[in-house]
Write a protein that binds this ligand. Structure first.
Ligand code: OKP
Ligand code: ZN
Length: 356
């Protein structure tokens, strides 16, 4: 019997805590500009998903167990994020005239000998970040943790067989965060946490459709032959993160072939994307993945102010439909997307395609 839209229930995971993390600005070529990764992004997505007849906002009080968190991240990173949020609170309390404080790494230990000194110092932030776009305020840890918990809750629902399609409205995003570092608006790797949660179902795949390469996710699963990481992204010779996302990166020896990068030229549109998606789907089928985590970034769309791709709205429905053809459970994890309201419209399209 054919499945109709109404028969497939999509569980949506959301927490309002994300809005407490709201850094005022970032830097672009030395100029101070408004922080692109704003709370409204997720509210737009929540509203649009709530409007779909076949979705249900699921209550989620679940927290990531240590066994999963520490399989993905080093304890030192977790401690640092918690400590940095406390430091931001203390600084703010003692400097009330300065307003909201967001601590940003300002010393980066480029040489190994610099590292220990910095770790022992009062501000080791530069030991845990590869770029300057990961400020930490007094509520940032709460938001980071809430975001990770949504990914875990969504994956748990799939693991328990409660649904075969769950959407985690994660913010801050996660795919640039690695085992022991933050970067690119990302602090903990939500998609990696979802994937780790799903492993009792056997091997699976993470497909990353954010405009940027998910260097953190690649790094976390680099040696693993139970999780395939596939990413379609802008050519890293020209685009962030510049140091990873190249075709030659295929996973470490025994895991060779479990990492697949599909970089596309700057300015790519639907046609090029469709071809890359075919290759991605073929790889996921070849590995007989039992489940899929979709790192869903919407910064590939034509109206994104930070990117060069020109995907049309129809492409996101099509991506959803193509992934639905795999006939495996899917956990969607929200990543980037800086045309703020487009996060709503495009998330709705993606989920509508996936739910068919
Ligand atoms: C995060 B995600 C300079 C701008 C640098 C960094 C891009 C981070 C993208 N301040 N942009 O993959 O959407
Ligand atoms: Zn991105």
């Amino acid at each position: 019997m054919m499945k109709t839209l109404q028969e497939k229930r999509v569980l949506v995971y959301y927490s309002p805590v994300h809005s407490l993390h709201n850094p005022p600005h970032e830097h672009d070529r030395g100029f101070q500009v408004p922080y692109h990764e704003v709370p409204r992004r997720i509210e737009a997505a929540r509203e649009a998903l709530e409007d779909l007849a076949f979705t249900r906002l699921a209550p989620s009080q679940e927290t990531v167990p240590d066994s999963i968190l520490l399989a993905v991240h080093e304890a030192a990173l977790i401690n640092h994020l918690q400590q940095a949020s406390r430091s931001a609170a203390a600084w703010e309390a003692s400097h009330p005239e300065q307003g909201e404080t967001y601590l940003t790494p300002w010393i980066y230990p480029l040489k190994p000998y610099m590292r220990q000194g910095l770790l022992d110092s009062s501000d080791p932030s530069g030991c845990f970040a590869f770029d300057i776009d990961v400020p930490i305020g007094k509520h940032s840890w709460d938001a980071i943790w809430a975001s990770a918990n949504l990914a875990f809750s969504a994956a748990s629902a799939v693991l328990c067989g409660e649904t075969d399609l769950a959407y985690a409205l994660c913010r801050p995003p996660g795919h640039h965060a690695g085992p022991d570092y933050t970067g690119g608006y990302c602090y903990l790797n939500n998609a990696a946490i979802a994937a780790q949660t799903l492993l009792p179902l056997g091997k699976g795949a993470i497909l990353d459709i954010d405009y940027h390469h998910g260097n953190g996710t690649q790094d976390i699963f680099w040696q693993r032959d139970d999780v395939l990481y596939v990413s379609i992204h802008a050519d890293p010779t020209e685009e962030y993160p510049l140091f990873s996302g190249f075709v030659g990166e295929r996973g470490e020896e025994q895991a060779a072939g479990w990492n697949l990068n599909l970089p596309l030229p700057m300015g790519s549109g639907d046609a090029a994307y469709q071809l890359a998606l075919d290759v991605a789907l073929q790889a996921i089928r070849e590995k007989s993945a039992n489940w899929l985590v979709l790192s869903a970034g919407y910064d590939t769309c034509a109206d994104d102010p930070t990117s060069s791709f020109t995907l049309t709205d129809a492409m996101y429905t099509s991506i959803g439909e193509r992934l639905q053809d795999l006939q495996i459970p899917v956990v969607v994890v929200h990543e980037g997307g800086y045309a703020v309201e487009a996060n709503g419209r495009l998330a709705a399209r993606l989920v509508t395609g996936l739910a068919k």
